[in-house]
Write a protein that binds this ligand. Structure first.
Ligand SMILES: NC(=O)c1ccc[n+]([C@@H]2O[C@H](COP(=O)([O-])OP(=O)(O)OC[C@H]3O[C@@H](n4cnc5c(N)ncnc54)[C@H](O)[C@@H]3O)[C@@H](O)[C@H]2O)c1
Length: 249
């Protein structure tokens, strides 16, 4: 057992969008650190326990863009696990790549709803419970796009910029409660999220990374693991950079 494992023992963690991609890597890392995992996903059946090589304590089919569904999922998670210490708001979609004047209103609405509204829904339902217990760690998965913008991905960038600003705001609201809120801003990782974007978009984005490669899911998960741990005790409202040197702020 390493130190991190000892510190995370008996912690329970909700990971949204945990069935695949970065969420799966985050859930697995927190599990390995000793957490009981509530894995939430709109497509929870795509989680393959054998392939993932770990077992969540709870698997929950939920659309995090639906506030009522989020409330229900939180209550059933609490019922099953007794308490929740960690919330990782990871679920997200990219949306199509198009200039803003060609961007369909329904695509804009869906991206903002899944990538930004969902973070508010999950936080507002979990925070009273965390305040009551005097402890909580919330980690929101933003993106470098939220700092720098992405031509062709304005809805995504606007949502992720919103996540960064929202994180700063609620961190200040919660600063004296024991509930710390941070976000991470990764550069491109090769996950299914990229299925909606063009090869040119991927090539251009990779060229902007000084380390010359994409981030791995386990590197993202390691950053989340720190922000979700009790070791992260004097940092709140911060955006952890995971961009291989692209953003040095
Ligand atoms: N992949 C990248 O390059 C990259 C870079 C920066 C940030 N991010 C962010 O990381 C997060 C995870 O991305 P990923 O690359 O792993 O994507 P992914 O498409 O591989 O996985 C996303 C997961 O979220 C789930 N999901 C989608 N909509 C949902 C909803 N409404 N309710 C519940 N679950 C939902 C999906 O079913 C899927 O399991 C996203 O927030 C994304 O914006 C990704």
């Amino acid at each position: 057992m390493n130190d991190m494992t000892a510190r995370s023992m008996d912690r329970t963690a909700i990971v949204t969008g945990g069935a695949k991609g970065l969420g799966l890597a985050i859930a697995k890392r927190l599990f390995e650190d000793g957490c009981r995992i509530a894995l939430w996903d709109i497509n929870v059946s795509s989680f393959d326990e054998e392939q993932a090589d770990f077992g969540p304590a709870v698997k929950c089919q939920v659309d995090v863009a639906d506030g009522h569904a989020v409330d229900a999922a939180f209550h059933s998670t609490l019922e099953a696990l007794g308490h929740v210490d960690i919330l990782v708001n990871n679920a997200g979609i990219n949306g199509p790549v198009a200039n803003t004047w060609d961007y369909a209103v329904e695509d804009w609405d869906r991206v903002l709803s899944v990538d930004l509204d969902s973070v508010f829904y999950c936080c507002r339902t979990a925070i009273p419970h965390m305040i009551e217990r005097g402890y909580g760690r919330i980690v929101n998965v933003a993106s470098i796009a939220g700092k720098e913008g992405n031509a062709g991905g304005s809805a995504y960038a606007a949502a992720k910029g919103g996540v960064i600003a929202y994180t700063k705001s609620i961190a200040k609201e919660l600063a004296q409660t024991g509930v710390l809120v941070n976000c991470i801003a990764p550069a491109v990782a090769e996950t299914e999220l990229l299925r909606e974007v063009t090869p040119e978009f991927i090539a251009t984005t990779k060229a902007k990374i000084p380390m010359g490669r994409f981030v791995t899911a386990s590197e993202v998960a390691a950053t989340v693991a720190f922000a979700a741990s009790s070791d992260c005790s004097f940092t709140t409202g911060f955006t952890f950079d995971v961009t291989g040197g692209r953003a040095t702020y």
